[in-house]
Design a protein around this ligand. Sequence first.
Ligand code: FRU
Length: 556
Amino acid sequence: MVKMRKCLLTLSAVMMLTAVWAQEVVPQACEQSIVKPKSQGRYLWLPIQESAPEGKVQVIVSGILRMEQNVRMAREKTDYYVALDLQPYQGNGTLRICVQNVPAGSVCFKNLKQNDDADFALIEEKYRPLYHHTPKRGWMNDPNGMFYKDGVWHLFYQYNPYGSMWGNMHWGHSSSADLLHWKDEGVALAPDVWGTIFSGSCVTDKENIVAMYTTSRPTPFGGDVQAQCIAFSKDGGKTFAKYEGNPVLTAEDKDFRDPRPFWNEDIKAWNLILAVGQEMRIYSSADLKEWKYESSFGQEYGNHGGVWECPDLFKIEDKWVLICNINPGGPFGGSATQYFVGSFDGHRFTCESMPKVTKWMDYGKDHYATVSFYNAPENRHVVLAWMSNWQYANQVPTQQFRSANSIPRDLGLFRYGEETYLSVVPSKEMLAARGAKMKQPTEACEVVVDVKGSADITLSNAKGEQVTMRYDARQQTFRMDRTQSGNVSFSEAFPCVTEAPTYGTVRQLRIFIDRCSIEAFDAEGKMAMTNLVFPSEPYNNIKVKGGKATIYEIER
Ligand code: FRU
C-alpha cells in the first residue's frame, strides 16, 4: 500500500491515488483485446496512426497491472512504429498486453511485430537535424535535469516513447562528451502512482545525482494535481531510485511545477525555485527533502501573457539572473524565454529593473524551456532550448520523432544604456565543430557574415523557397522572415517575421542551419534568434548584400 507520508495533499488527490493503487492489486478485465507476446524478442512494436484517438495499452504480468500508457493504436493505417520494451517484464510470470478502447479489427492487431531489433522500421526523416540533439523516436519537449560530471554532459528531456505527440511524460536521457554528439541512454524516469513525470532538474554531489521533478495526475473531478518528487542515482545518472517519501512538496495551486534546486554557498543550504501560476516561488532546505517557503517573485514584473514555467536562477559575475519561460505571451506569439537581472540573498530575489521592463533571451519563435546545465566546468553557464513553440509543436511535419534541442549556448552579461542584459553566444564546442569552407550553404552548415553597416541575407532553393534576414544598422534591429520558407501551412501561427533589438552595432553574424532550423547570433552575443523552417529541399543558395559570407561545413 502507498504510505501516505505527506498529508499535505488535497482530499481529491488522496482519493485518486488510493483508487490507482487499488487497480494495481486488482487487475482490470481487458475490454477489447489481449495480446500474448512471444517469449523471445525484447521489443513489441506498436503500430501508430497519428490521427487515431488514444487507446490504452496495459502490461499485465501474472494478472497484475504493471504499467499503462495512452497510445494512438492504428485503426485504418500504420504511420510508424513505437517500441514497447518487454525486457523488464519477461521471465517474471505470464505476460499479457491488454489493448483497450481500440475497435477489434483495427489494423494495429494485424501489424504488431516482435523482435530484438532496436532500429526496426526506423524512418529516415527528411527533417531530422544532423547536428542537433533529437530523440530517436517519439515526442520530446523541455530539456530537463541537465548536469555536467566527470567530463560528460547529461541531458534529460520530456519524452513520450509511445508516439510523436505530447503525452505519457517520461524523462529520456542522452549523454555527450562535446555537446554535439549525443548518445541515447534510454528512459531515466517513468510514470508511477504519483503521475506522469514533468520537468525538473538534477543536482550533483560527490557520489549522488539527485533529480527533482514534478508529477502530474488528473483528478476524478477534472484538472491535474502537481507535486514535487525526488529520485537518487548512484551510477552517474544511468538509473534512478525514486525516494520512498515522495512527494516532498505539495500545494493546491493548479500550475505548480518545474523545480530547479541548487546549492547556494552564500547561505550553505539548498535553494529551490519553482514556477507557480504566474510567479516564481523560492524555498530553502538542508537536505532536498524538507523545504521551507522563503518568498515569491513576479507580481507585476515582466511579461504576464501566459503561465510561468521552467525557471532557473544562477549567479553570473556579481549579478543573479532569474530565467522564466512563459507560454503564451512570447514576443511573436506562443512560447518564449524571458529573464530578470538582480540580486538574491538565499531568501528573496530582487529585480534591479523597473517592473515594466521585459527582457527576452532569444527573439525567434522556436526557443523555449531554456535552462542551464548544473555544475558546468570553468564557471560556464551553458543552456539548451527546446526548438519549438506550443502553438504548433504537435503539428510540425516530422513523423516518427518530434522536436530537437537548440545548439548549446553560453550566457554572460553585457550592459546597454541603463540596463544589464544576458549575452548569448554559441558554445565554444560549436567552433570546434567547424569543418571545411564551402562555396554554397548546405543542409547542415554555419554561415558567418562579416557586416559593414546594414546587411541583407537571402537563403533560397531552386523551388523558390526562401528565408530573408536583414540587419538594420540605423534602427539596430535584426529581422528574419520565414513566410516563404517552404511548408508553412501546417499551422496559421507558423508563417511569421521575427525582429530583435541588437543593442548596438553588429560586426559579425553567425547563422547555424540544420535541415529544419535557423539559429542566428550576433557573434558578440547581443542578439539571438531561433526559428524552425521546413523547405522542400535544402537552401543551397545564398545572397548577401552589405557583407561577406564565409560558409563552414559542420563536422558530425
Ligand atoms: C513546458 C511544460 C512544463 C511542464 C512540461 C510538461 O513546456 O509545460 O511546464 O513541466 O512542459 O511536459
